[in-house]
Design a binder for this molecule. Structure first.
Ligand code: ATP
Ligand code: MG
Length: 401
């Protein structure tokens, strides 16, 4: 008996002409991860990907953790593989299941036979394996409607598989199947979640971070690189583009009315983001905005900041409450880094009474006090890129720059 990992596609991918492209993206992503964990075979058949350790030494626990972060699978499970023969299946059930059924009181057994040449039909297979389980673990009871755990027997192309405790996969569609988006990544809670949500819908992610040294610190920048690195658990690699807004912020402070600072700054950010996106081949911007969360995220404020971005702005958190965003940040593992107490450029020179219902015309009047083009150019010239990757250390960039 050998333990393997079975990963099943979502229904979505089963349909349409994109299936083979989706499949090869999934396989490539799994093979990339497997190469870092050990020696694993990755192959696919019948809407399932099989990840099989090549030796008994491989770290299947770690491989399973990796598989759970691959977008495109509806469910994943570890399973015992054995010969397609009832005696072999009973033997596998006896050795493999006791540990997996520990702590449960009720179970159900299901069978699925994709190899129609197998002599027994699914209900008979389920009944017989269920019988073996009851004999072996008499404290367990059968509950067909609300079992604590379901044991599944699958008779597939080459082997039979038996497993208990199938879990939801990462869901979504394969990374890279939808193009590339530029995530505006602050050090906060929301933007990493936004990046994760769009990666889940197939986008490769580049990130753009604005800093305002010396008003923001090198630790604040390092924190953002750390967040990007945490996202690489799902997104493979992220090029983090960093631009300085220091001079823009000083000029805004000196020349414009305080209540417009944040809006004016955000218009610079969106415009610069559009330029970076174009240079880096990204066809959408992504932000962590949530409607009404702060003054710059009211609908009127978004109407003022959106038009300068010439690309679609994806805001996957727009309808989520803070609690919901926090919950996701915890799930994906970015929360603890996000709450480290470093300042963001948006919190430098924040107005005491920001406009919550700004008018575009008034904002444009404020902008006439500025040499906008020169300021944009100066910020643009300050850009540099740091690439972070899964399975590599986060680069340490401790110069002020
Ligand atoms: P977050 O938790 O993502 O920081 P927030 O609630 O602090 O969100 P804001 O600071 O108003 O919200 O920013 C809204 C969005 O603007 C962020 O989600 C992010 O996409 C973008 N943003 C804010 N600050 C920066 C920055 N310094 N660099 C890049 N993008 C930023
Ligand atoms: Mg923020």
């Amino acid at each position: 008996m050998k333990e393997v990992i079975l990963c099943k596609y979502g229904e979505l991918i089963l349909k349409g002409a994109n299936r083979s492209r989706f499949e090869s993206q999934l396989i490539r992503e799994l093979r990339r991860r497997a190469a870092h964990v050990g020696k694993f075979q990755v192959r696919w058949a019948q809407s399932t990907v099989y990840v099989e350790p090549e030796t008994e030494e491989e770290d299947i626990d770690e491989m399973y953790e990796q598989v759970k972060k691959v977008f495109g699978f509806a469910s994943v499970t570890r399973a015992a593989a054995c010969e397609k023969d009832m005696e072999a299946i009973f033997a596998a059930a006896r050795t493999y299941l006791p540990q997996r059924l520990q702590g449960y009181e009720t179970f159900r057994c299901e069978a699925k036979r994709s190899d129609k040449a197998f002599p027994l039909k699914s209900p008979a297979i389920a009944a017989q394996v269920g019988g073996v389980i009851l004999e072996m673990l008499p404290r367990l009871k059968v509950d067909l409607t609300h079992p604590d755990i379901t044991v599944r027997v699958e008779i597939r192309d080459r082997m039979a598989y038996i497993h208990a405790g199938q879990e939801r996969g990462a869901g979504g569609i394969p990374l890279g199947s939808g193009g590339r988006g530029l995530l505006l990544l602050s050090g906060g809670i929301d933007s990493p979640v936004a990046g994760y949500m769009m990666a889940k819908r197939g986008l490769l992610i580049d990130a753009l971070h604005f800093e305002s040294y010396p008003y923001t610190s090198v630790q604040a920048r390092q924190k953002v690189l750390e967040l990007a690195h945490e996202l690489c658990e799902y997104c493979r690699e992220i090029h983090v583009h960093i631009l300085s807004l220091t001079h823009i912020q000083e000029v805004l402070r000196d020349k414009c009315e305080e209540e417009y600072f944040t809006l004016l700054l955000r218009r610079f950010m969106m415009e610069l983001a559009g330029r970076v996106a174009e240079e880096k081949g990204c066809t959408a911007l992504i932000t962590g905005e949530s409607l009404g969360q702060v003054a710059s995220q009211t609908l009127s404020a978004i109407c003022v900041t959106d038009p300068v971005a010439e690309l679609p702005v994806l805001r996957p958190c727009i309808g989520l409450d803070k609690d919901e965003i926090v919950e996701r940040a915890r799930q994906i593992g970015t929360f603890d880094t996000s709450i480290l107490p470093y300042e963001d450029c948006c919190t430098v020179f924040t107005p005491r009474h920001p406009k919550t219902r700004p008018q575009l015309s008034r904002v444009l009047q404020q902008e006439q006090r500025l040499d906008r083009e020169a300021l944009l150019q100066e910020a643009w010239d300050s850009r540099y890129t740091v690439t972070v990757r899964q399975f590599e250390e986060t680069p340490q960039i401790l110069d002020p720059m």
